[in-house]
Design a protein around this ligand. Structure first.
Ligand code: GTP
Ligand code: MG
Length: 344
Protein backbone atom coordinates (compact mmCIF):
# COMPACT_ATOMS: atom_id res chain seq x y z
CA UNK A 1 0.00 0.00 0.00
CA UNK A 2 1.89 3.01 -1.27
CA UNK A 3 1.12 6.25 -3.06
CA UNK A 4 3.55 7.44 -5.71
CA UNK A 5 3.95 11.18 -6.19
CA UNK A 6 4.02 11.94 -9.90
CA UNK A 7 4.33 15.23 -11.71
CA UNK A 8 6.37 17.05 -14.30
CA UNK A 9 9.84 18.26 -13.19
CA UNK A 10 9.77 21.20 -10.76
CA UNK A 11 6.04 21.01 -10.13
CA UNK A 12 6.52 20.92 -6.34
CA UNK A 13 6.46 17.15 -5.70
CA UNK A 14 9.26 17.09 -3.13
CA UNK A 15 7.97 20.21 -1.39
CA UNK A 16 4.56 18.54 -0.97
CA UNK A 17 6.14 15.23 0.06
CA UNK A 18 8.15 16.98 2.76
CA UNK A 19 5.13 18.93 4.05
CA UNK A 20 3.09 15.72 4.36
CA UNK A 21 5.71 13.35 5.74
CA UNK A 22 8.30 15.59 7.37
CA UNK A 23 10.92 13.67 5.38
CA UNK A 24 13.24 15.71 3.20
CA UNK A 25 12.46 15.15 -0.47
CA UNK A 26 14.64 13.88 -3.27
CA UNK A 27 16.14 17.18 -4.41
CA UNK A 28 18.14 17.59 -1.23
CA UNK A 29 19.14 13.93 -1.00
CA UNK A 30 21.46 11.99 -3.21
CA UNK A 31 18.92 9.16 -3.53
CA UNK A 32 16.53 9.32 -6.41
CA UNK A 33 13.77 7.70 -4.40
CA UNK A 34 12.57 8.70 -0.94
CA UNK A 35 9.88 7.06 1.17
CA UNK A 36 7.94 8.62 4.03
CA UNK A 37 4.80 8.18 6.08
CA UNK A 38 2.17 10.85 6.60
CA UNK A 39 -0.09 10.85 9.66
CA UNK A 40 -3.77 10.93 8.72
CA UNK A 41 -5.50 13.84 10.48
CA UNK A 42 -8.61 12.59 12.29
CA UNK A 43 -10.60 14.63 14.81
CA UNK A 44 -11.97 11.45 16.38
CA UNK A 45 -8.47 10.21 17.05
CA UNK A 46 -7.47 13.55 18.60
CA UNK A 47 -10.52 13.39 20.86
CA UNK A 48 -9.60 9.85 22.02
CA UNK A 49 -6.09 11.05 22.82
CA UNK A 50 -7.58 13.94 24.79
CA UNK A 51 -9.73 11.50 26.81
CA UNK A 52 -7.10 8.82 27.52
CA UNK A 53 -3.95 10.98 27.66
CA UNK A 54 -1.95 7.89 26.65
CA UNK A 55 1.80 7.41 26.92
CA UNK A 56 1.97 6.57 23.24
CA UNK A 57 0.01 8.11 20.39
CA UNK A 58 -0.16 6.22 17.07
CA UNK A 59 -2.29 7.80 14.35
CA UNK A 60 -3.07 6.10 11.04
CA UNK A 61 -0.31 6.50 8.44
CA UNK A 62 -0.19 6.66 4.67
CA UNK A 63 3.07 5.83 2.90
CA UNK A 64 4.22 8.11 0.07
CA UNK A 65 7.09 7.71 -2.39
CA UNK A 66 8.84 10.66 -4.02
CA UNK A 67 11.20 10.26 -6.96
CA UNK A 68 13.72 12.90 -7.87
CA UNK A 69 14.33 12.26 -11.51
CA UNK A 70 17.31 13.93 -13.12
CA UNK A 71 19.21 13.43 -16.36
CA UNK A 72 18.03 13.08 -19.89
CA UNK A 73 15.32 10.51 -19.32
CA UNK A 74 13.60 11.43 -16.08
CA UNK A 75 10.51 9.51 -17.14
CA UNK A 76 12.43 6.21 -17.18
CA UNK A 77 13.57 6.68 -13.59
CA UNK A 78 10.04 7.54 -12.51
CA UNK A 79 8.60 4.56 -14.34
CA UNK A 80 11.10 2.21 -12.74
CA UNK A 81 10.66 3.50 -9.22
CA UNK A 82 6.94 4.07 -9.07
CA UNK A 83 5.60 1.11 -11.04
CA UNK A 84 4.87 -0.85 -7.86
CA UNK A 85 2.77 1.84 -6.18
CA UNK A 86 -0.95 1.33 -5.58
CA UNK A 87 -2.13 4.79 -6.46
CA UNK A 88 -0.93 8.09 -7.82
CA UNK A 89 -0.85 11.58 -6.45
CA UNK A 90 -0.40 13.76 -9.53
CA UNK A 91 1.08 17.19 -8.70
CA UNK A 92 0.34 19.93 -11.22
CA UNK A 93 2.26 23.21 -11.43
CA UNK A 94 -0.33 25.92 -10.85
CA UNK A 95 2.10 28.58 -9.61
CA UNK A 96 4.50 29.32 -12.47
CA UNK A 97 2.09 29.09 -15.37
CA UNK A 98 0.09 32.21 -16.13
CA UNK A 99 -3.23 30.60 -16.95
CA UNK A 100 -5.30 27.52 -16.30
CA UNK A 101 -5.19 26.21 -19.86
CA UNK A 102 -1.37 25.87 -19.59
CA UNK A 103 -1.68 24.01 -16.28
CA UNK A 104 -4.25 21.74 -17.90
CA UNK A 105 -1.85 21.10 -20.78
CA UNK A 106 0.90 20.14 -18.35
CA UNK A 107 -1.50 17.82 -16.52
CA UNK A 108 -2.55 16.22 -19.82
CA UNK A 109 1.04 15.90 -20.98
CA UNK A 110 1.91 13.54 -18.16
CA UNK A 111 -1.44 11.71 -18.28
CA UNK A 112 -0.88 11.13 -21.98
CA UNK A 113 2.53 9.62 -21.23
CA UNK A 114 0.88 7.20 -18.81
CA UNK A 115 -1.88 6.39 -21.28
CA UNK A 116 0.60 5.89 -24.11
CA UNK A 117 2.75 3.64 -21.98
CA UNK A 118 -0.30 1.45 -21.16
CA UNK A 119 -1.35 1.40 -24.79
CA UNK A 120 2.04 0.00 -25.83
CA UNK A 121 1.73 -2.80 -23.30
CA UNK A 122 -1.73 -3.73 -24.61
CA UNK A 123 -0.69 -3.62 -28.26
CA UNK A 124 2.27 -5.90 -27.59
CA UNK A 125 0.15 -8.37 -25.68
CA UNK A 126 -2.60 -8.46 -28.31
CA UNK A 127 0.00 -8.93 -31.05
CA UNK A 128 1.56 -11.81 -29.16
CA UNK A 129 -1.81 -13.45 -28.61
CA UNK A 130 -2.76 -13.02 -32.28
CA UNK A 131 0.52 -14.62 -33.37
CA UNK A 132 0.09 -17.72 -31.27
CA UNK A 133 -0.60 -20.35 -33.89
CA UNK A 134 -1.68 -23.04 -31.49
CA UNK A 135 -4.74 -21.45 -29.96
CA UNK A 136 -5.13 -24.34 -27.56
CA UNK A 137 -1.94 -23.23 -25.79
CA UNK A 138 -3.65 -19.99 -24.76
CA UNK A 139 -4.57 -20.19 -21.09
CA UNK A 140 -8.11 -19.38 -19.89
CA UNK A 141 -6.61 -16.28 -18.24
CA UNK A 142 -5.19 -15.15 -21.56
CA UNK A 143 -8.45 -15.84 -23.34
CA UNK A 144 -10.18 -13.56 -20.86
CA UNK A 145 -7.48 -10.93 -21.38
CA UNK A 146 -7.89 -11.26 -25.13
CA UNK A 147 -11.56 -10.41 -24.71
CA UNK A 148 -11.00 -7.49 -22.36
CA UNK A 149 -7.87 -5.78 -23.73
CA UNK A 150 -9.46 -4.47 -26.98
CA UNK A 151 -12.01 -2.58 -24.87
CA UNK A 152 -9.23 -1.01 -22.81
CA UNK A 153 -7.30 -0.21 -25.96
CA UNK A 154 -10.31 1.72 -27.25
CA UNK A 155 -10.57 3.60 -23.99
CA UNK A 156 -6.86 4.57 -24.06
CA UNK A 157 -7.03 5.53 -27.71
CA UNK A 158 -9.81 7.94 -26.79
CA UNK A 159 -7.33 9.54 -24.37
CA UNK A 160 -9.02 8.13 -21.29
CA UNK A 161 -7.26 6.33 -18.44
CA UNK A 162 -8.13 2.67 -17.79
CA UNK A 163 -9.54 3.55 -14.35
CA UNK A 164 -12.48 5.23 -16.12
CA UNK A 165 -13.38 2.04 -18.06
CA UNK A 166 -15.74 0.76 -15.37
CA UNK A 167 -13.82 -2.45 -14.64
CA UNK A 168 -15.12 -4.92 -12.09
CA UNK A 169 -12.84 -5.82 -9.15
CA UNK A 170 -12.33 -9.26 -10.75
CA UNK A 171 -11.21 -7.63 -14.01
CA UNK A 172 -8.84 -5.31 -12.16
CA UNK A 173 -7.37 -8.28 -10.39
CA UNK A 174 -6.95 -10.18 -13.67
CA UNK A 175 -5.01 -7.24 -15.10
CA UNK A 176 -2.66 -6.91 -12.13
CA UNK A 177 0.33 -8.50 -13.86
CA UNK A 178 0.37 -5.75 -16.52
CA UNK A 179 1.19 -3.04 -13.96
CA UNK A 180 -0.82 -0.48 -15.90
CA UNK A 181 -0.30 3.13 -14.87
CA UNK A 182 -3.67 4.53 -15.74
CA UNK A 183 -5.54 1.82 -13.85
CA UNK A 184 -4.27 3.20 -10.53
CA UNK A 185 -6.62 5.45 -8.59
CA UNK A 186 -5.42 9.04 -8.87
CA UNK A 187 -5.66 12.18 -6.81
CA UNK A 188 -4.84 15.45 -8.57
CA UNK A 189 -3.15 18.15 -6.50
CA UNK A 190 -2.75 21.62 -8.00
CA UNK A 191 0.15 23.53 -6.44
CA UNK A 192 -1.03 27.15 -6.57
CA UNK A 193 0.66 30.52 -6.08
CA UNK A 194 0.13 32.33 -2.78
CA UNK A 195 -1.66 35.23 -4.47
CA UNK A 196 -3.96 32.98 -6.50
CA UNK A 197 -5.48 30.41 -4.16
CA UNK A 198 -8.66 29.97 -6.24
CA UNK A 199 -6.63 28.69 -9.19
CA UNK A 200 -7.23 25.05 -8.21
CA UNK A 201 -11.02 25.54 -8.29
CA UNK A 202 -10.81 27.03 -11.77
CA UNK A 203 -8.59 24.12 -12.81
CA UNK A 204 -11.12 21.61 -11.43
CA UNK A 205 -14.03 23.34 -13.19
CA UNK A 206 -12.28 23.40 -16.54
CA UNK A 207 -10.65 19.98 -16.34
CA UNK A 208 -13.93 18.17 -15.53
CA UNK A 209 -12.00 15.13 -14.34
CA UNK A 210 -13.45 12.05 -12.74
CA UNK A 211 -10.47 12.09 -10.36
CA UNK A 212 -10.66 14.21 -7.19
CA UNK A 213 -8.83 17.56 -7.49
CA UNK A 214 -7.43 19.42 -4.47
CA UNK A 215 -5.49 22.66 -4.30
CA UNK A 216 -2.56 23.56 -2.07
CA UNK A 217 -0.07 26.38 -1.93
CA UNK A 218 3.06 24.41 -1.06
CA UNK A 219 4.97 27.63 -0.49
CA UNK A 220 2.64 28.81 2.30
CA UNK A 221 2.26 25.37 3.84
CA UNK A 222 6.01 24.75 3.88
CA UNK A 223 6.36 27.95 5.94
CA UNK A 224 3.50 26.79 8.13
CA UNK A 225 5.15 23.45 8.87
CA UNK A 226 7.99 25.32 10.58
CA UNK A 227 5.67 26.98 13.13
CA UNK A 228 4.25 25.66 16.40
CA UNK A 229 0.52 24.86 16.61
CA UNK A 230 -0.69 28.19 18.02
CA UNK A 231 1.29 30.19 15.44
CA UNK A 232 0.00 27.89 12.71
CA UNK A 233 -3.59 28.78 13.64
CA UNK A 234 -2.85 32.54 13.60
CA UNK A 235 -1.02 32.23 10.32
CA UNK A 236 -3.87 30.29 8.69
CA UNK A 237 -6.57 32.68 9.88
CA UNK A 238 -4.54 35.67 8.63
CA UNK A 239 -4.51 33.97 5.21
CA UNK A 240 -8.24 33.18 5.44
CA UNK A 241 -7.60 29.40 5.40
CA UNK A 242 -9.58 27.12 7.74
CA UNK A 243 -7.45 23.99 7.72
CA UNK A 244 -4.04 23.27 6.18
CA UNK A 245 -4.59 21.77 2.73
CA UNK A 246 -2.00 19.07 3.28
CA UNK A 247 -4.28 17.44 5.89
CA UNK A 248 -7.12 17.22 3.39
CA UNK A 249 -4.74 15.81 0.80
CA UNK A 250 -3.53 13.07 3.15
CA UNK A 251 -7.13 12.18 4.03
CA UNK A 252 -8.10 12.05 0.36
CA UNK A 253 -5.07 9.86 -0.40
CA UNK A 254 -6.04 7.55 2.45
CA UNK A 255 -9.54 7.01 1.11
CA UNK A 256 -8.17 6.69 -2.42
CA UNK A 257 -6.43 3.54 -1.19
CA UNK A 258 -9.78 2.22 0.06
CA UNK A 259 -8.56 2.31 3.64
CA UNK A 260 -10.27 3.15 6.92
CA UNK A 261 -9.32 2.91 10.56
CA UNK A 262 -10.52 1.37 13.78
CA UNK A 263 -9.17 2.35 17.19
CA UNK A 264 -7.71 0.59 20.18
CA UNK A 265 -7.62 2.71 23.31
CA UNK A 266 -6.01 2.69 26.72
CA UNK A 267 -3.70 4.66 28.96
CA UNK A 268 -0.66 3.01 27.37
CA UNK A 269 -1.56 3.76 23.80
CA UNK A 270 -4.29 5.12 21.59
CA UNK A 271 -3.83 3.72 18.12
CA UNK A 272 -5.61 3.97 14.77
CA UNK A 273 -5.21 0.71 12.86
CA UNK A 274 -5.41 0.83 9.11
CA UNK A 275 -7.56 -1.77 7.34
CA UNK A 276 -9.34 -2.07 4.01
CA UNK A 277 -13.02 -1.19 3.94
CA UNK A 278 -15.25 -4.29 4.30
CA UNK A 279 -12.77 -6.11 6.53
CA UNK A 280 -14.18 -8.78 8.86
CA UNK A 281 -13.32 -8.76 12.56
CA UNK A 282 -10.73 -11.62 12.61
CA UNK A 283 -8.76 -10.06 9.73
CA UNK A 284 -8.89 -6.67 11.48
CA UNK A 285 -7.54 -8.37 14.61
CA UNK A 286 -4.75 -9.74 12.43
CA UNK A 287 -3.67 -6.16 11.69
CA UNK A 288 -2.63 -6.00 15.34
CA UNK A 289 -1.04 -9.45 15.59
CA UNK A 290 -1.29 -12.79 13.79
CA UNK A 291 -2.17 -14.46 17.09
CA UNK A 292 -5.20 -12.18 17.45
CA UNK A 293 -6.50 -13.47 14.13
CA UNK A 294 -5.57 -17.11 14.71
CA UNK A 295 -7.10 -17.25 18.18
CA UNK A 296 -9.98 -14.84 17.53
CA UNK A 297 -12.92 -15.36 19.87
CA UNK A 298 -14.97 -12.16 19.90
CA UNK A 299 -14.62 -8.45 19.31
CA UNK A 300 -15.90 -6.04 21.96
CA UNK A 301 -17.03 -3.10 19.88
CA UNK A 302 -18.37 0.34 20.59
CA UNK A 303 -18.88 3.00 18.01
CA UNK A 304 -16.96 6.25 18.39
CA UNK A 305 -20.24 8.19 18.47
CA UNK A 306 -21.64 6.05 21.31
CA UNK A 307 -18.43 6.47 23.26
CA UNK A 308 -18.57 10.26 22.96
CA UNK A 309 -22.33 10.34 23.64
CA UNK A 310 -21.62 8.49 26.91
CA UNK A 311 -19.07 11.00 28.11
CA UNK A 312 -16.05 9.05 26.92
CA UNK A 313 -16.72 6.32 29.48
CA UNK A 314 -16.57 2.67 28.47
CA UNK A 315 -18.50 1.74 31.64
CA UNK A 316 -21.37 4.04 30.69
CA UNK A 317 -21.43 2.63 27.15
CA UNK A 318 -21.65 -0.85 28.64
CA UNK A 319 -24.42 -0.09 31.12
CA UNK A 320 -26.40 1.57 28.33
CA UNK A 321 -26.17 -1.74 26.46
CA UNK A 322 -24.18 -0.19 23.62
CA UNK A 323 -21.06 -2.33 24.03
CA UNK A 324 -21.47 -5.08 21.44
CA UNK A 325 -19.90 -8.52 21.33
CA UNK A 326 -19.31 -9.31 17.68
CA UNK A 327 -18.27 -12.58 16.06
CA UNK A 328 -16.26 -13.77 13.06
CA UNK A 329 -18.65 -12.41 10.43
CA UNK A 330 -18.75 -8.86 11.79
CA UNK A 331 -17.61 -6.27 9.26
CA UNK A 332 -15.65 -3.56 11.04
CA UNK A 333 -17.00 0.00 10.64
CA UNK A 334 -14.85 3.09 10.27
CA UNK A 335 -14.18 4.52 13.73
CA UNK A 336 -15.08 1.41 15.74
CA UNK A 337 -13.32 1.21 19.09
CA UNK A 338 -12.43 -2.44 19.54
CA UNK A 339 -11.06 -4.75 22.17
CA UNK A 340 -10.35 -8.22 20.78
CA UNK A 341 -10.78 -11.38 22.82
CA UNK A 342 -8.53 -14.15 21.64
CA UNK A 343 -6.98 -17.38 22.79
CA UNK A 344 -3.90 -19.11 21.39
N1 GTP B 1 6.48 30.16 -6.12
C1 GTP B 1 6.34 28.91 -5.74
N2 GTP B 1 7.36 28.09 -5.88
C2 GTP B 1 7.24 26.82 -5.50
C3 GTP B 1 6.03 26.32 -4.97
N3 GTP B 1 6.18 25.01 -4.71
C4 GTP B 1 7.44 24.69 -5.07
N4 GTP B 1 8.09 25.78 -5.54
C5 GTP B 1 9.46 25.86 -6.02
O1 GTP B 1 9.58 25.06 -7.15
C6 GTP B 1 10.84 24.41 -7.15
C7 GTP B 1 10.64 22.95 -7.29
O2 GTP B 1 10.06 22.40 -6.14
P1 GTP B 1 10.24 20.86 -5.82
O3 GTP B 1 9.32 20.56 -4.71
O4 GTP B 1 11.66 20.49 -5.66
O5 GTP B 1 9.70 20.25 -7.18
P2 GTP B 1 9.82 18.76 -7.69
O6 GTP B 1 8.60 18.50 -8.49
O7 GTP B 1 10.11 17.83 -6.58
O8 GTP B 1 11.07 18.87 -8.65
P3 GTP B 1 11.90 17.65 -9.30
O9 GTP B 1 12.03 16.57 -8.28
O10 GTP B 1 13.20 18.27 -9.66
O11 GTP B 1 11.11 17.25 -10.50
C8 GTP B 1 11.54 24.79 -5.86
O12 GTP B 1 12.47 25.81 -6.13
C9 GTP B 1 10.41 25.28 -4.99
O13 GTP B 1 10.85 26.29 -4.09
C10 GTP B 1 4.94 27.24 -4.81
O14 GTP B 1 3.86 26.90 -4.32
N5 GTP B 1 5.16 28.52 -5.22
MG1 MG C 1 11.66 16.45 -6.34
Amino acid sequence: MEIGILGLPQSGKSTLFEIMTGVKGGASHSETIVRGQASVPDERFDKLVEIYKPVKVSPAKVPFVDVHAVGEHPWDAIRQNLSGTDSILHVVDGFSLPDVSLSLDSYRKLEDELIFSDLLIIEKKLERLAKMSNKKAISPQETAQNDLLPRLKECLEAGKPIRTAGLTPAEVSMLRSFSFWSIKPELVVVNVAEDNLSFADTFACEAKLEEPVLGICCKIEAELAGLDLADQKDFLSSMGIAEPAFGRIIRAAFSLLGRMSFFTVGEDEVKAWVISVETKAPKAAGAIHNDFERGFIKAEVMSYDDFIAHNGSQAQVKSAGRLRLEGKEYIVSDGDIINFRFNV
